[in-house]
Structure formats: C-alpha cells, structure tokens
Design a protein around this ligand. Structure first.
Ligand SMILES: C[S@@+](CC[C@H](N)C(=O)[O-])C[C@H]1O[C@@H](n2cnc3c(N)ncnc32)[C@H](O)[C@@H]1O
Length: 330
C-alpha cells in the first residue's frame, strides 16, 4: 500500500484550499470529451471547479464546528503553550505558514500579546494566495489593539520560502511557528516539518493543526480514497501519521484532540442542494451525486452513517470532523 504521507494525490481534505486563491498548478479540466446521453459523466476532482469548491467549503464551515473547535483550543490550551516563548525578549517573532485570511492568526497574536503585554511582535505570513492575503490585510485594518504587531506577508508557498531563504543564505529564527490546516498541500510533509522546526529559537514552539487520525475523514480516505478522482495537489494526511514522522526525526511533541463535527443530515435527502454540495466536499468530487457509479454512491452513503464516520444525535447525522493540535518542542 502506498504511503499516505508521501503520496500526493487524491483528495482535498476538509479545509479551504481554493485553487482560485492563487495556488499554482494546472487546474483546468481535461479537454472536453463529447458525451452522448447514454454515456455516464466522468468523475472529476472538485478542485477543477473553484467556484463550486468555494461554495462547498463555505457550507462546510457553516455546518461544522471546525472554527469553533480551533477557537476553544486557542482559548484553553494555547496560553500554556506560549507561556515561555518570549521570556526576556524585546521582540517576539511569529511565523504563520498558510495563514489564510488570518482569523486564527489574529487570535494567536492576541494570546501572545496577553502573555507579553507591551512587547513588540514581528508577525510574518507565508501565504501563496493573493486573495487570502488581501482578506488578511483587511482584517488587520479592522482590528484594534494591534499597535505593537508588525505584519509582513510573503506571497509564496512554504517550499518557495525555504528555497528563497536558502538562495539568500538566510535562516531567520522564530519564537512561534504555526501551520494550521495547510500541511495537506506541501510536497514533502516530513521535510517541511523538519525545515521549519530547524528555524525554532531555543524556547520556541511549532504548532500544527490538521484532521485527527480518529476522525471520519481517516475512515473515508482509507476505504474510498482510491475511488475518488485523483489530483496531485494535496494528500491524505492526518494526525495518525505524525508520531512516525516526528519520532523518526527525534522530535518531542504533545497531541491535543479537538472535538468537532459536521452536520451531514442533508446528504441523505435525495435531491437536496446543500446535501449534494457537502457530498462533493466530502468526496472531493465535482457533482458526486450525478457522476459517481451508483454502487459507489450507495456504499459511500452507507459508510457515512456508520460509527467509523458519524453518529446520530437528535435526529441528525454528525460526521466526525475531529482535529488534532500538535505542539512540537524546539
Ligand atoms: C485550509 S487554509 C488554512 C488557513 C488558516 N491557517 C486557517 O486555519 O484559518 C490553507 C491555507 O494554506 C495555503 N496554502 C496552500 N498551499 C500552501 C503551501 N504550499 N504553503 C503555504 N501555504 C499554502 C492556502 O492558500 C490557504 O490559505
């Protein structure tokens, strides 16, 4: 069986990777094939239709507790995690990788400010999407109390940052580095983690958040990943893969499970538009309901109801969208 971590294939994770937001790669659908009415439509990656991807992602956020669950982590556990990163420093250096539109970044910065009042913060963001960067900038402009924070955005991928730093013979050190729901999109996950870990100061921390190895996603990927349309822009990776990656690099870390769920009840209502969009998101397939072979669709719907994926609560089917926060020591 192929390694889940090294393979770059198959499935968009439950995150907001949006090709139109500036990620590189040819996402145009293959040249058109003429279909007669009797021919089935081919299954295609959802990423070939950025507009539908974005709509399905927004619906995912609306129907899930993804952001709420991250916020709880930031409120409850993050203060202890950052308790020693800035001791005695006049400036705290924070590096955000794949910071998106900055929602979580600003929350993190507020916790750093609360722990080290009056200390200057240098926050740099590696984010390949120009659109996300502009939303991030708007958010900063609308947020008060950021006076002591200096923001710098680098419109590039994590790999490009590493290459640029190597070319410039630079290796700037950081007090806090975070990668939230973005490791699905790098070419070599272990190498990326090792590189950014090497940039930590002596009292720093590296925070990674991604889907939990005990989530419904993991069950779905294991059983059906190879049946969904392939693409080489992202990989299946969950916290279940991390002990091996981190142990083999000799790194010390702590894992925190963040409970989260996605209400997929509408997926079981035939013809329901929201249900169809969510099914697209779950399978990373454009118009899954219309293009999947009936047997695959039938099996997937059965699987989605099972305890490995979901639970029934108050008449709703709640898909297990648990996340995991991994805090890595320097
Ligand atoms: C799922 S979003 C997470 C955004 C943010 N961290 C959050 O949780 O709110 C993933 C982000 O990673 C960015 N991204 C995708 N590939 C990347 C790469 N190779 N290096 C750095 N960022 C990347 C995307 O543009 C997107 O903004």
């Amino acid at each position: 069986m192929r390694s889940k971590v090294q393979a770059h294939a198959d499935f968009a994770p439950p995150a907001f990777f949006i090709p139109s937001l500036g990620l590189k790669g040819d996402l145009s659908p293959p040249s058109c094939t003429l279909l007669t009415p009797s021919m089935a439509l081919p299954m295609r990656s959802l990423l070939t239709n950025p507009d539908r991807y974005l709509r399905s992602f927004r619906l995912f956020l609306e129907k899930s507790t993804e952001h709420q669950s991250m916020r709880e982590f930031m409120e409850r556990q993050l203060p202890d995690v950052i308790a020693s990163i800035g001791n005695g420093k006049s400036t705290i250096n924070v590096l955000s990788i794949g910071g998106g539109a900055g929602e979580m970044d600003l929350l993190i910065l507020s916790k750093v400010q609360a722990r080290y009042p009056g200390v200057a913060i240098n926050n740099e963001v590696i984010e390949p999407s120009a659109d996300q960067i502009s939303k991030y900038k708007e958010r900063v402009a609308q947020t008060s109390n950021l006076g002591k924070v200096k923001f710098t955005w680098h419109e590039e991928t994590a790999d490009e940052y590493e290459s640029r730093m190597n070319a410039e013979k630079k290796s700037k050190k950081w007090d806090f580095i975070h990668m939230i729901q973005m490791l699905y999109y790098v070419k070599d996950i272990p190498a990326t983690v090792r590189y950014f870990h090497s940039l930590l100061e002596s009292q720093a921390k590296l925070l990674i958040i991604l889907v939990s190895g005990k989530s419904g996603w993991e069950t779905l990927w294991k059983k059906y990943g190879s049946s969904f349309p392939l693409n080489d822009l992202c990989s299946y990776v969950s916290s279940g893969d991390f002990p091996k990656i981190l142990d083999s690099a000799g790194l010390k870390y702590q894992l925190y499970e963040l409970p989260s769920h996605l209400d997929i009840t509408s997926c079981f209502i035939e013809g329901d538009k929201d249900g169809e969009l969510l099914l697209d998101f779950l399978t990373e397939t454009l118009e899954f309901s219309k293009t999947a072979p009936p047997e695959l669709k039938h099996q997937l719907m059965e699987e989605l109801r099972k305890p490995g994926c979901s639970e029934n609560r108050d008449g709703k089917v709640l898909f297990n969208n648990n996340l995991c926060a991994i805090v890595i020591e320097p």
